[in-house]
Design a protein around this ligand. Sequence first.
Ligand SMILES: O=C(O)CCC(=O)C(=O)O
Length: 263
Amino acid sequence: MIQKMKKIKQSKLSPNDRDFYDENGYLVKKGLINAEQLNQVEVEIEGLHQRMSNQIPDGVGISWEEHVHGEPNKPKYIRQLMNSEVVSEGLNEILRSNEVLGVVESLIGPNISLFHSKLLMKAAKHGTITPWHQDYSYWRNPDNQPLMINCMLSIDEANSENGCIRFVPGSHKGELLVHDQAQTSFGLFLPGFFEARDDAVVVETEPGDCVFFGPLIIHGSSANQSVNHRRANTFAYNVTENGMQRPREVLRTKFDTVKELKG
Ligand SMILES: O=C(O)CCC(=O)C(=O)O
């Protein structure tokens, strides 16, 4: 019982974490996922571009990097892979781990459902820009209030050269803005696409770090022109009662938390 309580306690946010998140709209938790878990994911996603161009498993959705997609003789690069828990048991375990769910619970409460898990491959030299956007522009509907949360796990080191995430701190306090639209993946974006912004910050991370952020914060990332991959996975969670029109896996309830605390 002591061990279980310790685990839950470790995942709780400090008052500083909480203040930072409330003020800025994002929070970096360094080294949340250990090297062993991460290594399993790396092994499981090895050669994924090639494997997915041969056959896409049931339940998986792929957006390819568009600039090479139409060229039959060029290798194809995955831009994003939806439902990544299907291709990696390691990701499947991480998305339901106490380390991640403990932080999620502190931010959105104890009734947590999986919204989706998405692998963002941003391949060396081929990964393209993710334009400025708010995730709620994709997720909005009358029953689905902006209560969701994203946990972005860094699989590789992410820095300004290989296209780490950038946020506009404090923008989560505003409304959903009008987005432009294009027929591409990441087809909803703010006017200006990805033009430089003085109010944005670059968030560099190491493998195993997790960045938590809500559905209204403005974010984006540059292209990867470096020789290093910038692979990351976003686990998105929703408050279970929010937007129940879409069936989802319930991962944690208030009852589970009380039970776990009692041992
Ligand atoms: O891959 C990235 O850098 C950004 C991903 C993102 O913005 C998203 O999935 O909403």
